[in-house]
Write a protein that binds this ligand. Structure first.
Ligand code: AMP
Length: 319
């Protein structure tokens, strides 16, 4: 069974001792909000390849939820999470309380303005999900910076499922010289294409069926790109699938240059990151895929394929 670290003080003490006893060993962190599924466990396996010991944090971070979001009803399944992590041979689980993490008392992303010290993301944190969920990425970056400082991992693994989060975390680690290697891991999907998410438990069976429009939209984007479609045509193909699905209301369907998260220039060729967010009933879901536009030879993954595929950019970074 993993050692459960229930406070910051306990984590520092236990991991400090581990470091003393294993001065040459590497520690990898997998940050999560719990309600673990196979997507999370795939990150644990990537972490295991990169390190000698793995710590998984389980913390539903109030700071990254908006005042009208699902913080209160977010699924909490701690005992099952620990059992699943034990099955993966995880050494440590860090599960602090919100009071311990936020002594200055910021309760949600609205509290960022009046709460304690926090990390503000760059331009990439204010578009797409950052625009639709004001303060969300600052809440994410703040908790991730705190986790890095408390646990002092050598590497931390994040899912490509939250592509914008992965980008802004990687940027923060570089911009603030945090000394943690940020590793991306591919999206894990159900056999029918639906990306695994802790929020999928909210979906009724009708809604779950409708939610397949997200991965179908990305498949349409990929197909349009492989037929030589432009960025505009690729985005239009994805939008059309979403618009044609009853019960699915898009927040956005957009494409960015995965290396910069900026909108692609006119005539853009190369790897294109197509991102979408939509409401299915009361549940907000996100998904994304990398496609290659303009006959680019870059190895773009096929969107929505069962099991998910990894796509890399020109530098070989998982995007
Ligand atoms: P969460 O618990 O939703 O905050 O997610 C914790 C981590 O798991 C994040 O880095 C997510 O990107 C990652 N994750 C969530 N769902 C998936 C998935 N279907 N495939 C891969 N990684 C995922």
């Amino acid at each position: 069974m993993p050692t459960i670290l229930r406070s910051i003080a306990e984590a520092r003490e236990v991991l400090g001792e581990w470091r003393k006893q294993h001065p040459e060993s590497r520690l990898a962190l997998v940050p999560t909000m719990g309600a673990l599924h196979d997507g999370h466990l795939s990150l644990v396996r990537v972490a295991r390849e990169r390190a000698d010991a793995v710590v998984v944090s389980v913390f539903v971070n109030p700071l990254q939820f908006g005042p009208d979001e699902d913080f209160d009803r977010y699924p909490r399944t701690f005992d099952a999470d620990v059992a699943a992590l034990a099955g993966e041979g995880v050494e440590y689980v860090f599960a602090p309380s919100a009071d311990d993490m936020y002594p200055s008392g910021a309760s949600d992303s609205a509290g960022l303005a009046g709460g304690g010290t926090h990390v503000a993301g760059g331009a990439a944190a204010s578009v797409l999900d950052g625009a639709h969920r004001p303060g969300h990425f600052d809440g994410v970056l703040t908790v991730v910076a705190k986790l890095f400082n408390i646990l002092r991992p050598d590497a931390a693994v994040f899912g490509q499922k939250d592509a914008q989060q992965l980008f802004v975390v990687r940027q923060m680690a570089a911009d603030l010289n945090l000394g943690v290697e940020v590793v991306g891991a591919p999206i894990v999907r159900e056999a029918d294409g639906l990306a695994l998410s802790s929020r999928n438990v909210y979906l009724s069976s009708t809604e779950r069926e409708a939610a397949l429009a997200l991965s179908r939209a990305l498949e349409a984007a990929g197909a349009t790109a492989s037929r030589g479609g432009s960025v505009g045509e690729v985005v239009a193909a994805a939008s059309e699938v979403i618009a044609g699905q009853a019960g699915v209301v898009p927040d956005y369907v957009e494409a960015v240059d995965p290396a910069t998260f900026a909108p692609p220039a006119d005539g853009y060729r190369g790897d294109l990151l197509v991102l979408l967010a939509a409401r299915v009933g009361a549940t907000r879901l996100i998904d994304n895929a990398v496609v290659a536009v303009g006959g680019a030879d870059a190895g773009a993954g096929h969107a929505g394929s069962p099991g998910g595929e990894v796509a890399t950019n020109a530098r070989g970074t998982i995007v």
